[in-house]
Write a protein that binds this ligand. Structure first.
Ligand code: CTP
Length: 380
């Protein structure tokens, strides 16, 4: 469809960026990014005629278009363009130019390659800046030395790509990264953009080793202003691959004291789920040592999000009791509910909740073993 549309619209179209990099590395990839030499918006509209199930969103100011499909896949179309940053960390201003310039505005050589999709040169690699060589040599290399100043999120991206592919930063790029950290370039970023980029890292399989690098390089200290006792532990590497985002996040802050967690959260713009779960985690961590009975423990645990419990259970102080409580919860086979209690003649009101709570507790403590016993407890 892309090739035919390109022919029809008489423009040059290229696959660019991460897709080309991952294709050459035989690394799985989903995002398709196209660059059109010419009017990208017009091209995207024409392409839509061939992809009727797609949904088109256009950003005229940026010369970009986004097409999403019902199966969750999507593709981005950009016009060749020059991006101007009015100040570091700002959104780019865009102006038309050519492919070579477009590729030069990108972060690293490995991300600056393109594959032509026009019939005459279909499948040809365009590599002005030595991207293929750097891929072969395992190097993350910037295209120009203002790269990190122009867009400080690239500092985090450099760490992410290096650890994802097990690459090294080229000498000048590494030096520029340290200089940028020392001179506080990162601080030009908004809290939102830093957070967004950080949580892209948390979604990577290799996020633990990325976290270690963020600490070692001083990047975290540069942003948070302090060295906290982050937990990016080698011991978690294997298991953490299956952890959801909340569990990864809570686990990495789990060794930091509560006051510092509050402070570092002030430097992030966490979404509501993570904010709430962080608070629940802090609360439970504080009250669990004071919780005596299994039913008190159950009250706390049964209402808490799974990620919070999973991370608390990683702590050897809490693990035995949490496991014990979860084991006891398995005994609960409640058949009673509010409706049944009403049928049994209990009056509507808070008493219903209280009875159900008592029955649940009796199950938990092993005082009930059958439905009959359950009813007896409810009637007492
Ligand atoms: N890019 C850039 N500077 C940034 C972000 C992106 O130059 N701060 C360019 C790079 O050429 C990159 C492309 O935009 O390849 C697409 O960016 P993005 O989708 O964020 O990253 P990918 O390279 O596709 O990597 P990933 O596999 O993580 O999606």
């Amino acid at each position: 469809a892309v090739r035919d549309t390109a022919q029809e619209e008489e423009c040059s179209v290229y696959l660019v960026g991460g897709f080309v990099r991952d294709l050459l590395l035989s690394f799985p990839t989903q995002d398709l990014d196209f660059v059109v030499e010419g009017n990208g918006g017009q091209f995207a509209q024409a392409l839509m005629k061939r992809l009727p199930e797609g949904k088109l969103t256009q950003h005229v100011k940026f010369g970009t278009a986004h097409i999403s499909f019902p199966n969750g896949s999507h593709l981005d179309v950009a016009s060749t363009r020059v991006e101007y940053y009015s100040f570091p960390g700002a959104l780019p201003q865009v102006e038309e130019s050519c492919l070579r310039d477009d590729l030069f505005r990108r972060d690293f050589t490995i991300n600056s390659m393109a594959i032509c999709l026009n019939s005459e040169h279909f499948g040809e690699l365009v590599d002005y800046y030595g991207g293929k060589r750097d891929l072969q040599q395992g190097k993350i290399r910037f295209l120009h030395n203002l790269s990190f100043i122009e867009d400080p999120t690239r500092m985090l991206r450099a760490v992410r790509f290096a650890r994802r592919y097990n690459f090294k930063l080229a000498k000048e790029t590494l030096e520029a990264l340290f200089t940028a950290i020392e001179t506080g370039v990162l601080l030009k970023l908004s809290v939102e953009r830093f957070t967004e980029e950080l949580f892209v890292i948390f979604q990577e399989d290799n996020y633990i080793s990325m976290g270690q690098t963020l600490i070692r390089s001083g990047l975290f200290q540069g942003w948070f202003g302090e060295d906290y006792s982050w937990n990016f532990s080698e011991d978690d590497v294997q298991e953490s691959v299956g952890w959801p985002l909340d569990q990864r996040w809570l686990s990495c802050i789990s060794r930091i004291n509560s006051e510092d967690i509050e402070k570092l959260c002030g430097r992030l713009s966490l979404n509501k789920t993570l904010r709430d779960e962080t608070q629940i985690f802090l609360h439970l961590r504080a009250v669990l040592p004071k919780t005596q009975s299994i039913s008190e423990l159950d009250q706390l645990i049964s209402k808490a999000p799974q990620g919070v419990i999973a991370v608390l259970a990683q702590d050897e102080h809490f693990r035995p009791r949490i496991m014990d409580c979860l084991e006891s919860e398995k005994r609960i086979r409640m058949t009673l509910d509010g409706k049944k209690l009403l049928q049994m003649g209990v009056k509507e009101g808070p008493i219903i909740g209280e009875i159900l709570e008592q029955v649940r507790r009796a199950w938990l403590e092993g005082k009930i073993h059958s439905t009959e016993e359950e009813r007896e407890v409810a009637q007492q």
